[in-house]
Design a protein around this ligand. Sequence first.
Ligand code: SF4
Length: 262
Amino acid sequence: MKINYGNTVPISTVDWHGKVSIVFFLRGCPYRCPYCQNHALLFEKNMVDVSVLEEEIKSSRPFVSSVVLSGGEPLMQKGAVVHLAGFAKKNGMLVGIHTCGHYPGVIEELIDADLVDKFFIDVKAPLDNSRMYSKAIGCQDFSDVHVDPKISMEKVSRSISIVLGSRVELELRTTLIRDLIGSDDDVRLIARSIYDLTGRRDIPYALQQGSTADAMLGSLRKIRPLSRDELVDLASVACEFLDNVYVRTREKGNEKINFESI
Ligand code: SF4
C-alpha cells in the first residue's frame, strides 16, 4: 500500500500532551486555512510504501508510547490510516489522530474497529456561523477550496458528536490568529457553539497560539502572534461556557488555565 506522505517527527512531546509520540504528517487537505504552516503538504504528492512508515514505528518503539497521525488531513487517506493504526495497535502503541473533522464517516469506522485512542479535532470557527467558518478554512482567499462551509460545519459537528458518543478521548482546539480568528467575540462564539452542540462544559478545549511567520496567505506573515497573556485572557472568555480550557504557546507549552488560582 502507498501513502501520500509528508514527513516524520520521530519523538515528540507536544503533539499529544502527556505522551511521547512518533508523528507522521500525511499530505493533502480539503481546507486552505490562511494561517496554515503545513501548506507544503497540501499541493504535491509523495507516494511512499507503507512499509517505510512501519519501519519507522518499529525503530521508535523503544522510545515512544504512541503514534500520532497528523497532516495535512490524515483522514483523507482512510486506507493508510486504518493500516497504520492497526500496525501501531499490534505493536502495543496508542493511536492519536489530528483532524479538521471533515470525515465523520472515517472517524466512525476507526472507532468501530477500535483503532484510535484519542481524536484531536479542530474547531476553526463557531460551529454555527458559516461566514466565519468560510473565512477560517480559506474559502474567501483561495479558489481551490471545494467545500461548502455549511456542510463542513455539519461534518465537524457530527465528528465531535460521534467521538463523544464513544469511549475514545477527545480534545477540541482552535488556532488563534490576531485579526483573523482571535478576538474575545470570536472565542466566545466558538466556545458557546461547542457548548450548544454538546451540552457539556467538561470537554477539553485548547486555544493554540498560531504562528504567522510561514502562513500560507502572505498578508498574514507580518501579523504579530497573540502573546501568552492575550491567550490567557481569551481562555477566560472560553471559560464562560467550558471548564477544561488550556492555552498552548511556544513560551510555556501546554497550560491548564485555572482562573481561581490566577
Ligand atoms: S491548517 Fe487547515 S489547511 Fe492546513 S493542514 Fe490543517 S486543516 Fe488543512
